[in-house]
Write a protein of this length. Sequence first.
Length: 374
Amino acid sequence: MKEEIIVNGITEEMLAAYLDGCATSEECLAILNALPESDELQEILEIAIATERDLALGFNTVEILPAEAIAATSNKGNRCCMECEKYILNKRKIEYDDEEITKLAEENKWKSENGTALHNIGRSLESFGLSTARRFKSTIADIVAALAAGDDVIVAVDGGELLGDLEAERREDILIGEIPDHTVVVLSCDIEENTITIFDPNSSREQDVYPLEQFIDAWDDSKNYMVTSFKRGAKEYIPKPIDIKDVELRAEITSLSEAIAENLHEIWAELQRAEGWRYGTTHNDELRITPNMVPYAELSESQKESNRNMSMQTIKLIQKLGYDIIKYQKTQLYAELKHRIHLSQCECYCPRCGAVMYVGQRYCDRCGEKIAKS
């Protein structure tokens, strides 16, 4: 039977070998070179890789939010986030010392040598008296509304999709995944002209104008993460917690809701007691008395339910941000798996089939190759 060629000599068998990690180096190179020229090949790879990731996660349909992704790409030493925050301080005519602001960010762990985690964007602005709000899944309409209200707007993007090789970035998204590694300040957005103007720490220009489509493509990599800054007390606070409706907790975790809720009350009561609060039939701030200083069992059902909901919502958020909770087991298998997970950031690959392996693994799980000790 004649093999079906997809594009430029890439056969179905070759593509299958590539997806299985069994393709030769020449076949891998041929596929990578063919990607920019074939929308069909790109679509096939996107679907195949997405399916493989779902299988690896046990069909986990939760959309993980990259709160710990590092915004680092900068011509000034992984400081793109700090350069954006300094731009805003200068714009608002707030004086600062460059060394002091760097020291403050490093001491508070807002910035590491690798860059700034997305959830820490804006922390330095807060230390200078500004308020901030952080949102995933924002929209262009949200940016427009924030700018109209006089807010400053920082967004996390894939920097290469703005200033880099767009075709290379496209292949990166398909083969490696979306990487929000940069921050920019949004200055204006013209819906009629379909353009957006930004300050980019990596650009030699004071401002850069991009088509909205290109900007959104780069912004999508961060799940449309946006940080707004504004004067404290300048606007009504409208809470917008992270949407966690797609997170389903395992039964063994939900069964702990009562125990976690009770402990939350114990922690709250201990802190209140340390501040001089005691039991009273009514709530009085001056006398520091409250009817809630009682054992958990004596709380009303609505108060208990509030604690249960808070505990479960927090655990769901942890999973939404990319973590999982696994019950401890006193077995050798558990210890080995935990050890492998701890080493997962140090991936190595089988020299024979290219399968992902763990440091110290003796045999390849896919092809059985014995791995020489390094």
